[in-house]
Design a binder for this molecule. Structure first.
Ligand code: ATP
Length: 224
């Protein structure tokens, strides 16, 4: 099973294409998007947990092997990936679990809570992301030497413990860029599915809270 965590604020084609290619390449029977709780420290122009969940749900309609897992949103406060993976592991004791992350996220791994124990719970599958290089030294470089594999079968033969880097189609899309575009009154068409655009448009999220004109402009002029 693939576990793809993120803020998904909003979900976009960079996430979706990565998930799609990873699922196919790794022959995953199931891939779960796990939106994380986001504390309201970033200001009220970002989407609520409920809305982020809704956008992911809309984005994956019709993809039978994709699903959304809302466990991190069900309680107030942040969830650590370690705890989430512990929960997955106790729910699926016999299954191979693969945590899917972008290279940027992987480079920040040593800052995660109990990061060095994560490989005891799951594999980590890393998607190349534009602008980010694989570490060849330091703790992550050493980890790659110790646990890295190029064999997809290794992901299936063991339940956890491997690091695998996979080249995905490089789509230089980020949620930040989409939020900025919308705040500027522009349309994120072709960066995120139309169903997600519809949710954004209906909710008015990502428009600058004080500037209703920007939102109206996006809604009326850019979205057709
Ligand atoms: P933000 O711009 O708000 O930081 P983001 O676009 O990086 O958001 P996240 O929800 O933070 O999106 O990302 C979730 C996961 O998806 C992370 O592991 C990240 O590395 C990966 N990811 C995001 N965008 C891409 C992309 N364009 N290609 C490949 N992986 C991506």
């Amino acid at each position: 099973m693939g576990i793809f965590g993120g803020t998904f604020d909003p979900v976009h084609y960079g996430h979706l294409r990565t998930a799609f290619e990873m699922r196919q390449a790794l022959r995953l029977t199931e891939l779960r998007f796990v939106p994380c709780y986001e504390p309201p420290h970033r200001g009220n122009t970002y989407a609520s947990a409920e809305l982020r969940l809704k956008m992911v749900r809309e984005a994956i309609i019709g993809q039978p092997r994709f699903s959304v897992d809302d466990r991190e949103l069900l309680h107030e406060g942040p969830s650590y990936s370690f705890d989430t993976l512990m929960a997955f592991r106790s729910e699926f004791p016999e299954r191979s679990l693969a945590l899917i992350i972008g290279m940027d996220a992987f480079l920040g791994l040593p800052r995660w809570y109990r990061w060095s124990e994560i490989l005891q719970l799951a594999h980590i599958v890393i998607a190349h992301r534009p602008g980010w290089r694989s570490p060849d030294s330091g703790r992550l470089g050493e980890l790659l030497v110790a646990c890295g594999t190029h064999r997809i079968d290794d992901i299936h033969e063991a339940k956890s413990g491997k690091l695998y880097i996979h080249d995905v189609t490089q789509l230089e899309i980020s949620s930040t860029e989409i939020r900025e575009l919308i705040a500027a009154g522009r349309d994120p068409k072709f960066l995120t599915p139309d169903a997600v655009r519809d949710v954004i448009k209906a909710s008015g999220c990502y428009t600058d809270g004080d500037d209703e004109k920007v939102g109206a402009q996006y809604a009326q002029k850019d979205i057709s």
